[in-house]
Design a protein around this ligand. Structure first.
Ligand SMILES: *[C@@H]1O[C@H](CO)[C@@H](O)[C@H](O)[C@H]1NC(C)=O
Length: 481
C-alpha cells in the first residue's frame, strides 16, 4: 500500500496505458520519421546567420542586425523549456542523430536566451552579476502581424522591449530561468561547460524574476509590445514556481525546495488549475514536482502528485480529442500528451539520474484493466490519426515572419515588401516551400479542418506545438506498439 500510494493513481495509469497506444486500425506510423521531422521544423524558424549544414535550404539569413525576428520572448522561452524537457526525459532513447539535431535546435534558442539576460547593472558583461534588465522582444507585433513577409525581407520596425526592475516581467524572467535550467540538464552530458553556463544564467534570471515581481502586461509601455498576441493572461506566479522547480532539478540545491515550500500557496499551487501551455504552467508544475516526490519521497510534495492525478483523470472528454477553447488546439494536444507520457513513465524510487543520456531505458506505461472513469477516451487515437496520416495541410500560415508560404529567396531574390506578400497570404494554392515537420493548430471542436490559411487558429504551426512533440515521438519511436 505504501508503494501504491506513491504511484500515479492506478485508474489513471491504465488510462494512460490505453491512451498512449497509438491508433489502431490506421496502419502503422513511422514514428522515427515523424520524430526527425518534428525536429527539422525548428530549422525553418531560425533567425540570424544560418550555418552551412542548414537542411531547409529555402531559408536564408535574417534578422542579422538584431539577432531576433518576431522574438516573442515569453512563448519562445517556453518552447526552449519543452524542447529541453523532451531531451531530458527521452534524449537517452533518441537515435543519436535526432538527439544531436534536438540539441542544436535547443542551443539556437538558449544562445538567444543567454543574450537576453546579458544586461547587468554594473559595467561587467558577466551574466552571473546582478541583472539590470531582460530583453523581452525585438519587433513590433502589430506591424509584423500586418505584413505577410519573408523573414529574410523583414523591414518592419525592430523595436526593442525589455523588462527592468521598474517594469518587471516575472513571467518572462521566470520562463527564461526554467528554460535555461532545463537546458542545462539536457546539455550536461554533451557539453558540461555550456550546461554550467546555462545553470548560472538560470539562477540569475530566477533572482531577477523573484526580486522584481510583476507581469509585463501590467505595464502600459510593454503591453503595447506583447498584447494582444502574447499577453500574460494568467499572471506570473506560476512561472516563479515552475522555474524554482526546474532549478531544483537542475541544481539539486535544497534552497529551491524551500522556496517552493514557503511560496507554493501564495503562487497558486493549491488552486488545481488544469492547464498547460506557454502562458499557464500549472499542470506542468504538478507533474514536474510529482517526479521530485515520486523519486525522492519528500512527503510534503505529495499534494502536487494529488493535483497531477486529478489533472490526468479530468482531461478526457467522453469520446474524443481534447479541445480547449482559444488559440491553436494542437498545442494542448502535444503538451498534454507530453505530460501524460512523463507522468506514466516516472518510476518511484530509486532516484532517477538527472542527466538525459544517462537514462537509456524507460519503462513502458504499465497495462491494467480499464477504469470506468477515464478509459472510454480515444483521445490519443484521434489525435494521432489526425497528426500523422496524410493528407497534410497544404496551406499552413506561420506566425510572422511567414517564410514557407512565400517564394524562397533563391527563387525570387528581390525584396517582397510588407503588403506585396498579401496575395500569397490570400492565395488558395499550396505553400511554395514545404515547412517539413510543422504541426498546424488543428481541427476545431467539430473535428473539421478546412485547410484555410487565414483561419490562423487552425492553420498556424508554432514552435511550442513541436517542442513537446519531440519528446512524445522519441518515446513512440523507441517503443513502437
Ligand atoms: C543554493 O542556491 C542559493 C540561491 O541561489 C544560493 O545562495 C546557494 O549558494 C546555493 N547553494 C549551493 C550549495 O550551491
Amino acid at each position: 500500500m505504501a508503494l501504491l500510494s506513491t504511484l500515479p493513481s492506478l485508474a489513471c495509469l491504465l488510462l494512460l496505458a490505453m491512451a498512449l497506444r497509438p491508433s489502431s486500425g490506421g496502419g502503422s506510423h513511422d514514428y522515427g520519421e515523424a520524430l526527425s521531422k518534428s525536429i527539422l521544423f525548428f530549422e525553418g524558424q531560425r533567425s540570424g546567420q544560418l550555418p552551412a549544414d542548414q537542411r531547409l535550404k529555402w531559408r536564408g539569413d535574417s534578422g542579422l542586425s538584431d539577432g531576433a525576428e518576431a522574438g516573442f520572448g515569453f512563448p519562445m522561452a517556453f518552447t526552449a523549456t519543452m524542447l529541453a524537457w523532451s531531451v531530458v526525459e527521452f534524449g537517452g532513447i533518441m537515435p543519436p542523430e535526432d538527439l544531436r539535431h534536438s540539441l542544436t535546435a535547443l542551443r539556437w534558442a538558449t544562445d538567444y536566451l543567454l543574450k537576453t539576460i546579458a544586461h547587468p547593472t554594473g559595467c561587467t558583461s558577466r551574466i552571473d552579476s546582478e541583472l539590470g534588465s531582460i530583453l523581452l522582444q525585438v519587433g513590433d507585433p502589430l506591424k509584423d502581424h500586418n505584413c505577410w513577409e519573408r523573414p529574410e525581407d523583414m523591414d518592419t520596425p525592430r523595436t526593442v522591449y525589455s523588462v527592468t526592475p521598474d517594469r518587471p516581467g516575472s513571467e518572462v524572467a521566470g520562463e527564461t530561468a526554467a528554460a535555461l535550467a532545463a537546458a542545462s540538464m539536457a546539455f550536461r552530458e554533451a557539453d558540461a561547460t555550456y550546461a554550467e553556463r546555462l545553470l548560472r544564467g538560470a539562477t540569475t534570471a530566477f533572482e531577477f524574476a523573484d526580486s522584481y515581481k510583476g507581469a509585463y502586461s501590467d505595464d502600459t509601455g510593454l503591453k503595447a509590445g506583447v498584447c494582444p498576441f502574447y499577453c500574460d493572461f494568467d499572471g506570473y506566479q506560476d512561472e516563479l514556481l515552475w522555474s524554482a522547480a526546474w532549478l531544483r532539478r537542475a541544481s539539486a540545491n535544497v534552497s529551491f525546495l524551500s522556496y517552493i515550500q514557503n511560496n507554493g500557496k501564495t503562487l497558486g499551487a493549491d488552486d488545481n488549475i488544469n492547464e498547460f501551455g506557454w502562458d499557464n504552467k500549472h499542470a506542468g508544475i504538478n507533474v514536474l514536482i510529482s517526479k521530485e516526490f515520486l523519486e525522492g519521497e519528500v512527503l510534503w510534495l505529495q499534494s502536487y502528485k494529488q493535483s497531477a492525478d486529478s489533472f490526468m483523470c479530468t482531461l478526457f472528454t467522453p469520446g474524443g480529442l481534447i479541445y480547449k477553447p482559444g488559440g491553436s488546439n494542437m498545442q494542448h494536444v502535444t503538451s498534454i500528451a507530453f505530460l501524460l507520457l512523463v507522468y506514466a513513465t516516472t518510476s518511484p524510487s530509486p532516484p532517477a539520474p538527472s542527466t538525459a543520456a544517462a537514462s537509456p531505458s524507460i519503462p513502458p506505461p504499465s497495462a491494467a484493466s480499464p477504469s470506468n472513469r477515464c478509459s472510454s477516451s480515444d483521445f490519443f487515437q484521434r489525435s494521432w490519426r489526425w497528426l500523422l496520416l496524410p493528407p497534410s495541410p497544404q496551406l499552413p500560415a506561420e506566425d510572422p515572419p511567414p517564410g514557407s508560404s512565400l517564394p524562397a529567396k533563391a527563387d525570387r531574390p528581390e525584396q517582397i515588401g510588407c503588403k506585396e506578400g498579401s496575395p500569397y497570404f490570400n492565395s488558395q494554392g499550396p505553400n511554395p516551400n514545404i515547412l517539413v515537420g510543422a504541426v498546424v493548430g488543428g481541427p476545431g471542436e467539430d473535428d473539421a479542418y478546412g485547410d484555410d490559411r487565414p483561419d490562423f487558429r487552425k492553420s498556424e504551426p508554432t514552435t511550442y506545438i513541436n517542442a513537446p512533440l519531440v519528446g512524445v515521438l522519441a518515446y513512440f519511436a523507441a517503443n513502437p506498439s
